[in-house]
Write a protein that binds this ligand. Structure first.
Ligand code: HSE
Length: 432
């Protein structure tokens, strides 16, 4: 058998320790499939003395990350530190420049610096792999980069954040409000103590920017993702959506519109007959539409130590087998940015919810603003009074441009009857 692949592991959180456990438990099977053993040659983390529940005594401990990056006895560095910049980025840059391959689960680093790192890897003849960075254990990077490589992809979209999907589907099941479910999710360990990256859509935007690049071949454009999260969704929005035949899901959506790149993370109303409406709890699902493959759907656990370690070790196995592909869908030095599409010209149906004072003329004021912006209303529901004595008005528009919908809402911004910001969500359609 060929000599073992020597890997160094930087970062021993739940995923890092999961990687150690997986390599230990399935070592023989992995060696058989890879044609050589995977040998952990060194480990590194901030706190050497923390009890991680696994025995690390057989590995050499390295405190200085520089030493990992420049160690010529290591073939591959597994970066599990996290964060878009700082030590993770330093380690990745130095290791790749030194000709060592890098495996990472770090979506923020890939979304911000992926192209630079890919150029470094392709110049030095090393590999950069990041299957675990998008949708945890689901082999969607491989699916798009390899399985769907022959297709022109029209759009790629999906449920990319398990925390948000857990919160939304729990709200749906129990009719509870966002804050209550978020607290529960934090107590159960489904949401971070600081949940903002997840619930404000940033985590999903990192993943979407990577998926878009793999689908369309563009240089990753994280800054071009129009991002909003789920904080403002009320239990009433979920029940109104249900009454209309939809479920609310936070989706990442990317497509090419007239040669320009459209990327958005937003809560959408998903028709009940669409497979994404049936993705529950912390599961992730990605849909890609290829011109020869048709609709592909990848579904599974988007987080957790086991699924994420599974994706990390799959990358290590590829390296052990001598994979020599490009980092993204095409060679890094050929990847260029695609101009960003304006969302204002996009046409579709929207759900709009207002919180208003229950007094004569309010509905007339809203419908007049819609009329003046040329937005036609398809259906409208008014709910009973809230504790504060307001009522909720929810409507679905006919097809209208997003620019016209924004215009109609802008003209209501000085209204004394409309309380707070109206909530807008788009309805997922076949040509969204
Ligand atoms: N925090 C992410 C989620 C998993 O909730 O899906 C890691 O990206």
């Amino acid at each position: 058998m060929t000599a073992p692949l020597r890997v160094a592991l930087a970062g021993l959180g739940t995923v890092g320790t999961g990687v150690v456990q997986l390599i230990r438990q399935n070592g023989d099977l992995i060696a058989e499939r890879a044609g050589r053993r995977i040998e952990i040659s060194a480990v590194s983390a901030r706190d050497r003395n923390r009890d991680r529940g696994i025995d690390l005594s057989e590995f050499s401990w390295v405190d200085d990350l520089e030493q990992l990056a420049s160690n010529n006895n290591t073939d591959c560095v597994i970066e599990m530190i996290g964060g878009s910049d700082g030590p993770a980025l330093d380690l990745a840059r130095k290791s790749l420049a030194n000709g060592q391959s890098v495996v990472t689960a770090n979506k923020a680093m890939i979304a911000h610096h992926g192209l630079e790192l890919a150029k470094l890897a392709e110049t030095s003849g090393s590999l950069l792999k990041y299957e675990a960075a998008v949708a945890g254990g689901i082999p969607v990077i491989k699916g798009l980069k390899e399985g769907a490589a022959a297709n022109e992809i029209a759009r790629v979209y999906g449920i990319l954040n398990g925390t948000c999907n857990y919160i939304l589907t729990t709200m749906e099941k129990h009719g509870s409000d966002f804050e209550e479910v978020l607290k529960e999710a934090q107590n159960l360990g489904f949401a971070e103590a600081d949940p903002s990256f997840d619930i404000d859509g940033v985590d999903a935007a990192h993943k979407l920017a990577i998926l878009a690049s793999l689908s369309f071949g563009n240089a990753i454009d994280f800054g071009g993702v129009d991002t909003s999260g789920i904080r403002d969704i009320m239990a009433a929005d979920i029940s109104q959506a249900k009454a209309l035949g939809y479920r609310i899901r936070l989706l990442g959506m990317a497509r090419i519109d007239d040669g320009k790149l459209f990327q958005r993370v937003n809560p959408y109303l998903v028709p009940e007959n669409h497979p994404l409406a049936h993705i529950e709890g912390s599961t992730n699902a990605v849909v890609a539409e290829g011109n020869f493959s048709g609709r592909l759907m990848f579904q599974g656990a988007g987080a957790g130590d086991g699924p994420t370690a599974s994706a990390v070790v799959a990358d290590i196995i590829d390296i052990a087998r001598g994979d020599n592909g490009t980092v993204f869908a095409s060679p890094a030095n050929q990847m260029v940015a695609i101009d960003r599409a304006e969302s204002g010209n996009r046409k579709g149906k929207s759900y709009i919810r207002f919180v208003v004072a229950d007094k004569p003329g309010v509905l007339a004021e809203i419908t007049a603003a819609m009329r003046d912006a040329d937005v036609s209303i398809e259906s409208l529901i008014q709910t009973e009074k809230t504790d504060e004595g307001n009522v909720l008005i929810s409507m679905v528009t006919h097809d209208a441009t997003e620019g016209d919908v924004t215009k109609s809402l802008a003209s209501l911004s000085s209204s004394t009857s409309v309380t707070g910001e109206p909530m807008i969500m788009h309805l997922l359609s076949d040509d969204d």
